[in-house]
Ligand binder design. Structure first.
Ligand code: 5GP
Length: 181
């Protein structure tokens, strides 16, 4: 039977790398493609990384009740289409949603069979060091990010599993153990 997994974790935690490595090893899992109103980044492809929608198109989807869940961050909207998830599951595919914690908890409410996995840093201090090490953000931006990370960690208390990302290999192994349960 196909299973639905939801994976969250703040940026800087290395969530993207862990998921990518897991999918390389397990092609029988599929990553869901969300809709977003944010601009396309270099190297991204419409229909592969996201379905890139205009604000009006996104609004229409909300009005037509097409989203399983949706959220807004920094003035951009992100949403998971019900139809996308239903089609994958009915084809017998194991699906992974990579979405934020609020969206994840909404999915769990509507689909209690969904398995929620939170990827956490070994410690907040370690994450702060990692974020500062990037030298790409102002102090204000780092503080804002740390506050949202703390909120996500708070939300993760309602998750089924928390995976500590000390190394990518360990984190992937832990996810493998969870999906094989
Ligand atoms: P980015 O703009 O870097 O691709 O993604 C920003 C954030 O949006 C990430 O934390 C990602 O998990 C979240 N996200 C991506 N797609 C969705 C979605 O469909 N629903 C929700 N709630 N969050 C999403």
């Amino acid at each position: 039977m196909s299973k639905l997994f939801v994976i969250s974790g703040s940026s800087g935690v290395g969530k993207g790398t862990v998921i990518k490595e897991f999918l390389n090893k397990h092609p029988e899992f599929k990553l869901s493609i969300s809709c977003t109103t944010r601009g396309m980044r270099e190297g991204e492809v419409d229909g592969i990384n996201y379905f890139f929608l205009s604000k009006d198109e996104f609004k229409k989807c909300i009005e037509n009740n097409e989203f399983l869940e949706w959220a807004e961050f920094s003035e951009n909207c992100y949403g998971t289409k019900k139809e996308f998830v239903e089609k994958c599951l009915s084809r017998g595919e194991n699906l992974i949603l990579e979405i934020d914690t609020k969206g994840a908890l909404n999915v769990k409410r509507l689909m209690p069979e969904a398995i929620l996995i939170f990827i956490a840093p070994p410690s907040i201090e370690e994450l702060e060091t990692r974020l500062r090490g990037r030298h790409t953000e102002t102090e204000e931006a780092i503080q804002k990010r740390l506050a949202s990370i703390k909120l996500e960690i708070e939300n993760s208390k309602h998750y089924d599993f928390v995976v500590i990302n000390d190394t990518v290999e360990n984190a992937v192994n832990r996810i493998e153990n969870i999906v094989n349960l």
